[in-house]
Ligand binder design. Structure first.
Ligand SMILES: C[S@@+](CC[C@H](N)C(=O)[O-])C[C@H]1O[C@@H](n2cnc3c(N)ncnc32)[C@H](O)[C@@H]1O
Length: 251
């Protein structure tokens, strides 16, 4: 049986179970120490990164589109007695009466932004909310041509995680269909539960390295560093990620 699309992605418990990765958390904690606070995380989800930063005693705000994921974030921070502002909003259109020393968009979230126009709206909002010497960090994947060229009919393994509402391991597989002219990747994730198959379809925008650099430049940012991994190694051909630190260009 195939049920309601996207239900699992927007269920905070499932989200936390499948994103149980920790590799990026020490990296972002280190950046906060380096660049200062207050901090704004755009697309904070269930607070996977926001909460550890707040636990270190830093002032941080998390903004996200999903009410369900923010509800989970709130529950978790309340349990830890942390004072975090969780804001429901769209990174393309938000206005907070505050400026930040660090604004970051981690974990490939910017790939949810599908057009140049929307990307420019995000960057305009970031600039408006950044202190003059503040930093903006954005993390993207480095497009892998083998993945972009896949046969859309082929199913590929993605991950496995323990069902937070049961005992079984949930296996996730995907199909991908890359639309070259628009640089859009259409994905379907199949979640194999004991008694049902949940299907989630969504589209992400593929942003190539030099394209991202140019968009940042022509939207008023100066790239200070471009890492290829969370160990702060320089971005190269073989890097899996594009992790960019930039500041506003002074006019
Ligand atoms: C890959 S998750 C990352 C969540 C969290 N930062 C983490 O690292 O676990 C992407 C998040 O971005 C949010 N999102 C997508 N588009 C958004 C938008 N336009 N404005 C705000 N949040 C958005 C989704 O609701 C989701 O929580």
């Amino acid at each position: 049986m195939v049920s309601e699309k996207s239900r699992i992605y927007f269920d905070g418990k499932h989200y936390d179970a499948w994103t149980e990765r920790e590799i990026d958390i020490p990296f972002y904690k280190k950046q906060v120490k380096k660049y200062g606070e207050p901090v704004l995380e755009l697309g904070c989800g269930t607070g996977r990164i926001t909460i550890p930063i707040a636990r270190d005693g830093h002032k941080i705000i998390g903004l996200d589109l999903s009410e369900k994921l923010l509800k989970r974030a709130k529950e978790k921070s309340k349990k830890d007695d942390l004072n975090i502002d969780w804001i429901i909003g769209d990174m393309r259109d938000f206005s907070l009466d505050k400026r930040f020393n660090l604004i970051f968009i981690p974990f490939n979230t910017i790939h949810h932004i599908l057009t140049l126009e929307d990307m420019e709206k995000v960057l305009e909002n970031v600039k408006e909310h950044l202190e003059p010497n503040g930093r903006f960090m954005v993390e993207l994947f480095n497009p892998d041509l083998d993945i972009l060229n896949r046969d859309p009919k082929e199913e590929h393994e993605v991950l496995e995680y323990k069902n937070p509402d049961g005992d079984e391991e949930i296996k996730v597989t995907e199909t991908t269909d890359y639309e070259k002219a628009k640089q859009l990747m259409h994905l379907t994730w199949f979640y194999e539960l004991d008694d049902e198959m949940v299907e989630r379809e969504w589209t992400i925008r593929v942003w190539f390295p030099k394209e991202v650099n140019a968009i940042l430049k022509y939207n008023g940012f100066k790239i200070e560093k471009k890492y290829g991994d969370f160990d702060e190694s320089t971005f190269t051909n073989n890097s899996g990620q594009q992790i960019i630190v930039c500041e506003k260009r002074q006019r």
